[in-house]
Design a protein around this ligand. Sequence first.
Ligand code: GDP
Ligand code: MG
Length: 178
Amino acid sequence: MQQERLLKVLVIGDLGVGKTSVIKRYVHQVFSQHYQATIGVDFALKVLKWDHKTVIRLQLWDIAGQERYGNMTRVYYREAVGALVVFDMTRLSTFQAVLRWKGDLDSKVALGNGRPVPAVLLANKCDQRGQGLCSKLPKLENFSKDHGFVGWYETSAKDNTNIDGAMTRLVECIMAVE
Ligand code: GDP
Ligand code: MG
């Protein structure tokens, strides 16, 4: 028997870190310098043949506009089963916002058993690592463990680095929950 699972996954983080770009890369295999900040919430759907009996419909929720306030409404978080928390490796302020996003997530949604939903940390724009603050970042391995992320990846939506890997890790953790 085939089973189909619909998974709601949130992509959160400060304005301009590359949330929309990561989604477009993952779902449509494209990259552009110019994505309009459409107002509201955007969805993208990726269908995964997970194993011989499971098809996953991965619903990626993109925020546009509201991220400037640094938090989202409960309605947006409702029934999410996982999240990508994205920052821009070239802008320290976006890294400093990561814990605020993680806190917002954990305060507004949880798994049925009360545990936090799996979240993966993305250090995006790693193609620009030469420019800036990488030396000022703490060791992300320790940081991500200490703050309850199930994994972290240096990603580039531009060069298509580690996007699939990060998504796969997140979905594995989501599927391991039940
Ligand atoms: P959002 O506001 O978080 O959705 O960010 P966007 O996806 O709109 O990206 C903001 C800007 O960063 C755009 O000009 C993108 O082209 C650029 N960008 C996104 N990801 C990358 C990346 O991995 N590398 C580089 N060099 N630029 C990126
Ligand atoms: Mg966007």
